[in-house]
Write a protein that binds this ligand. Structure first.
Ligand code: MG
Ligand code: MG
Length: 278
């Protein structure tokens, strides 16, 4: 069952998403080699609670933390740990917030220090593919148009592995609602998009093969070939002519620009897609 939202409900989801991005901006300011996931998690939780909201992931199916922190070969759902990050790590941080009965969800992958250029390119392509997907989130198109756009760019154009086992999702009063939003699929297939549909689009893309497995902690998803993975996510409302992006990466990116330990992730392709979305 797909729940279509009123404009009022969409505004509440936006507030939750903006708080998620505030928490991710705090992460972007703090993150550096030497800091731990646990420290970032505590800061994010404090910030969310200071705004009268609740972490969306903590306790969800028993997940123990506010942030999912997934480093290098970890794709998603990593548990924040006490091991300090190292120069050269890529760290995906996913955050959810529950406020005023609605969830918000967004994610960003941070590149710390001297990251291999091949991995930087994976990050740029994955982030660009997110906007290629968002470009299709308009009334009259179908979920498969989003899926195809992401897969086409990451897999067919850049030869990366697009994860199959984990997908984007509807979001609202529940963190995960119908429909599923896969990062692979056929153009013109799947549920029809119309105004009121709010979805999280979240490409998870591997440098090597697409296959993943669950690690022994019961949560963390890792690549089978142990090559790095990237993850970027926005929550968007389907629009009549263009998608309304409810989360906001811009403050995160401004914090990265001001943080000498983190590399900016930006490409010509991405800028071209984003300029068409505005
Ligand atoms: Mg997320
Ligand atoms: Mg999500």
């Amino acid at each position: 069952m797909i729940y279509f939202k009123t404009q009022e409900e969409i505004e509440l989801i936006r507030q939750s998403c903006l708080l998620v991005c505030k928490a991710l901006t705090e992460v972007a300011t703090m993150i550096r080699p030497g800091i731990t996931g646990t420290e970032l998690d505590q800061a994010a939780e404090q910030l969310i609670r200071d705004h009268g909201a609740k972490p969306g992931f903590k306790g969800y199916n028993g997940f123990p933390a506010t942030l999912c922190i997934s480093k290098n070969e970890c794709v998603v759902h990593g548990i924040p740990a006490d091991e300090p990050f190292k120069d050269g790590d890529v760290v995906s941080v996913d955050c959810g917030v529950y406020m005023n009965d609605f969830y918000g969800d967004a994610a960003f992958t941070f590149a710390l220090g001297d990251v291999d250029e091949k991995v930087m390119e994976l990050l740029r392509v994955t982030k660009t593919s997110l906007y290629k997907g968002i470009e299709k989130a308009v009334s009259g198109k179908r979920i498969g148009d989003i899926s195809f756009a992401v897969q086409e760019y990451c897999e067919r154009k850049h030869r990366y592995g697009v994860v199959r086992e984990l997908v984007g999702h509807g979001i609202g009063r529940n963190l995960h609602e119908a429909p599923e939003v896969p990062n692979y699929g056929k153009r013109g297939s799947g549920p029809k998009l119309r105004e009121g549909l709010v979805i999280a689009i979240e490409p998870m893309v591997n440098l090597g093969r697409r296959e993943v497995k669950q690690s022994a902690d019961g949560w963390t998803i890792i690549t089978r070939d142990h090559l790095p993975s990237a993850h970027y996510e926005h929550t968007v409302a389907v629009g009549q002519n263009k998608a309304d992006i409810l989360s906001d990466h811009k403050p995160i990116e401004a914090a990265i620009a001001a943080n000498p330990n983190v590399n900016e992730v930006s490409s010509k392709d991405e800028r071209a897609v984003i300029s068409g979305l505005n």
